[in-house]
Design a protein around this ligand. Structure first.
Ligand code: ZN
Length: 165
């Protein structure tokens, strides 16, 4: 199984390419991503560049979140894009690629996202709360942005405790 890249690996800072082929290679990538997301403690999302695949693919699944929230179950999003965002809310984030830190990050509270499913069909969903936060976090990875770039001040960045997942 592949490993998750961690900061400061330069591949985490690249802009990922749009997916144009909805083929078995994409299916395999989705399977690998899901397995890695579930292997980590509290993993609720992962983006392809986190394993060095610079393609616009993310997976989000908030059903396992310790914070109960409204969610769409497993989302396999190809070429996702936030087309509308409203509200602004500060919340705690961590990242499999930034293992030692958690931080308070401002995000849109409600979003509309369009994306393609693994078959290449266009989809659009509305999401809010914690799931909307995770989706925004994962889409950021596709543009080489980490949550640590978005903290309001470095005082909002704290070392993750050993017991804290
Ligand atoms: Zn992340």
């Amino acid at each position: 199984m592949r490993t998750i890249l961690t900061q400061p690996d330069h591949r985490l800072r690249e802009i990922s390419k749009a997916v144009t082929e909805f083929d078995p290679g994409l299916e395999l990538l989705l399977v690998e991503l899901e397995a890695l997301m579930r292997a980590g403690p509290g993993g609720v999302g992962i983006a392809a560049p986190q394993i060095g695949e610079l393609q616009r693919v993310v997976i989000v699944d908030c059903r396992r979140s310790m914070r109960p929230c409204k969610n769409h179950g497993l989302l396999q999003m190809v070429n996702p894009k936030v087309i509308e965002g409203s509200g602004n809310v500060l919340g705690r984030e961590g990242c499999l690629s930034v293992p030692d830190w958690v931080g308070m990050v401002p995000r849109a509270k409600e979003i509309q996202v369009c994306y393609q499913n693994p078959e290449g069909n266009s989809c659009k969903i509305e999401s809010s709360g914690f799931e909307a936060r995770v989706i925004q976090h994962e889409i950021d990875h596709l543009d080489g942005i980490l949550f640590t770039d978005r903290v309001v001040s470095t005082r909002d960045l704290v070392r993750r405790l050993q017991s804290d997942t």
